[in-house]
Design a protein around this ligand. Structure first.
Ligand SMILES: C=CCOC(=O)Nc1nc2cc3[nH]c(NC)nc3cc2c(=O)[nH]1
Ligand SMILES: [Zn+2]
Length: 371
């Protein structure tokens, strides 16, 4: 078990050595103040304090142990202090299980207009009303504390892809300095944790240096940053062939922004424990359903009289009570119920995938089969 407590976490008991080919795959449990997280885990993204088109209790029925909240959006609206005054994000959004908040760095770079990166942090204008903000290791850590986050992420700089060795080196070194300041600003409490994020792009010596710098700070878990940023699956797996092994074996490893089922399977085989990705929710709203038959584009006219469910054995409301014809219609006419049902099904599909992966690891079986 891996527990996020102040005390040195127990050695992670690998429930079962997975099949030889997958000797790095591991199944475990992360214990937190807000409950357990069964790993390998998939975290639905709840960007603005809600998993879009889902009630939190519905998210819970899909089997999700933990969801992700975005610091950047919440600090702009409704504001971290206001959420704190209202009892914190768990209460605000009626989600009592673990919450992981990002540090905002990645979103600032992709969403805000006009920003300036300094040693101090990132100065930017809100994409909502143009007002000026600063995100720094200290302010990001404080905002995540005010939100009441179970797992706080260190403030990092996501090194873009492609980057030259020099660019990746200076970016990684900035992330290491910011990680130190993030760690110092973290208010450590039992059952809460802070994860460091390693960078270094595709350069293995930089990845090693990043890992060494962050291991010194004794985080409760570690994320591998700077991936799923356009490098493609092959290059991502090439980095994942060694990067997870640079991190402590008894602490959770989190691969941000990943991914499609095949990406998740390949990353679990290389030792990753936690994932987050907008694919099931965003593509669900756009009419794409993940099924064991492959991805179904429900808007395709071939479904307009298809009276069968997406998956006959799926227990989600979309499959139990509705047909592809109805989903096709709802999505075509942009009815809200279409987004709800498609999202619910996709989240169920991703959680079922993780459950099967955990079971196969525990039985020491290989799990290439699923995609
Ligand atoms: C929950 C996240 C906590 O991480 C941070 O606050 N910083 C951070 N976020 C990332 C997000 C990513 N999404 C993808 N692909 C869709 N690649 C990503 C890379 C990073 C990264 O290197 N750093
Ligand atoms: Zn379903």
């Amino acid at each position: 078990e891996v527990s996020i407590t102040k005390f040195p976490a127990d050695e992670r008991k690998i429930i079962a050595k997975a099949h030889d080919k997958y000797k790095k795959a591991r199944a475990g449990i992360i214990n937190t103040r807000h409950g357990q997280i069964h790993t390998p885990a998939f975290m639905p993204v709840g960007t603005k304090g809600t998993v879009k088109a889902m009630l939190p209790e519905s998210v819970q029925t899909t089997g999700a142990d933990i969801i992700l909240g975005n610091t950047y959006h919440l600090m702009l609206q409704p504001g971290a202090k206001r959420v704190f005054k209202l009892g914190g994000l768990h209460k605000f959004m009626n989600w009592s299980k673990p919450l992981l908040t990002d540090s905002g760095g990645f979103q600032v770079m992709s969403l805000s207009k006009l920003r300036k990166i300094t040693e101090e942090g990132v100065i930017f204008n809100s994409h909502i009303d143009g007002s000026k903000f600063m995100l720094s290791p200290e302010s990001s850590t404080e905002i995540q504390y005010l939100l009441g986050s179970t797992i706080t992420m260190a403030f990092d700089e996501c090194t873009p892809y492609p980057s030259t060795y020099e660019q990746a080196k200076s970016s990684m070194e900035l992330t290491s300095r910011w990680a130190k300041r993030s760690r110092k600003a973290f208010y450590s409490r039992d059952g809460y944790g802070q994860f460091g994020i390693i960078q270094g792009s595709i350069y293995n010596d930089l990845r090693l240096k990043s890992a060494l710098d962050l291991i010194e700070l004794d985080f409760e878990g570690y994320a591998i940053g700077g991936l799923a940023v356009g490098e493609g699956q092959e290059l991502m797996f090439k980095v994942l062939d060694y990067a997870p092994d640079l991190l402590p074996i008894n602490k959770p490893r989190y691969l941000m922004g990943v991914g499609k089922p095949a990406d998740i399977i390949g990353a679990v085989q290389r030792g990753i424990d936690m994932f987050d990705c907008v694919i099931p929710t965003r593509s669900g709203r756009n009419g794409q359903a993940f099924t064991k038959y492959g991805v179904v584009n429900i808007r395709n006219s071939k479904y307009k009289e298809d009276n069968t469910p997406l998956e006959e054995d799926c227990l989600c409301p979309a499959c139990k009570n509705y047909t592809k014809a109805y989903l096709h219609y709802l999505v075509k006419v942009k009815e809200i119920l279409g987004a709800m049902l498609m999202t619910w099904h996709n989240l169920m599909y991703f959680q079922k995938l993780m459950l099967r992966i955990r079971e196969y690891i525990a039985q020491g079986k290989d799990f290439d089969f699923i995609s």
